[in-house]
Design a protein around this ligand. Structure first.
Ligand SMILES: [Zn+2]
Length: 113
């Protein structure tokens, strides 16, 4: 399950950073999940809740934001919102050259004390 490894890596990153800053507890965490990352938001929320038990993130509130994909079409050169399931250009039906957003998972911020 992809979500499990995503949750593990988020927890690991935040735990390391928060510990370095001398935080004893993390209260809040905001994550952006790109549409193309193939991560199910509900499953990720579930995984985070379970895996944070007995860590400094236990009991933290998770704000999971979904981000729509956008990309530049290699044929018309325009920035488009691709159409699922193949994420092609909605105008000419060709593949997009690169995605400008929505293809990753980002930790936006966290709050601790
Ligand atoms: Zn196009």
């Amino acid at each position: 399950m992809h979500e499990l490894s995503v949750a593990e890596s988020i927890i690991e990153t935040v735990t390391r950073d928060a510990t370095e800053r001398g935080f004893g507890k993390v209260n809040r965490l905001s994550i952006t999940i790109g549409e193309l990352s193939m991560v199910n938001v509900d499953t990720l929320a579930f995984a985070l809740e379970h895996l944070t038990k007995d860590t400094i993130l236990e009991g933290a509130s998770f704000n999971l934001e979904r981000e729509e994909a956008r990309g530049r079409c290699r044929t018309c050169g325009e920035d488009r919102k691709p159409t699922p399931p193949f994420f092609l250009c909605p105008v000419c039906g060709k593949g997009l050259a690169s995605f400008s957003r929505g293809d990753g998972i980002h930790l936006d911020y966290y709050e601790g004390e």
